[in-house]
Design a protein. Structure first.
Length: 85
């Protein structure tokens, strides 16, 4: 699966409030730090395995430990309409 932001949805830095938000038509999401790390890697080209590999490299953690959490998070964000496959 290659996650991407649907049309009209984007990750945006709200500098006035010093936080990142996912802006969507008529709603917004405030990702926690973990979700933000994943969302920053969503570029419409990188697949789920690529996101897991990058996070494992960045945090020096085993991919197996990260994979299940990333998969669950991506499914949740897709269900909320913040991402699509």
């Amino acid at each position: 699966m290659i996650p991407k932001f649907p049309p009209g949805v984007r990750l945006h830095e709200d500098k006035a409030r010093d936080r990142w938000i996912v802006m969507a038509p008529e709603r917004m999401f405030i990702p926690d730090d973990t979700a933000l790390e994943v969302l920053r890697l969503v570029d419409g080209k990188r697949d789920e395995a690529g996101i897991v590999a990058e996070l494992a490299r960045k945090f020096a953690a085993p991919e197996a430990e990260i994979a299940a959490d990333v998969a669950e998070m991506l499914r949740d964000l897709i269900a909320k309409g913040a991402l699509r496959e």
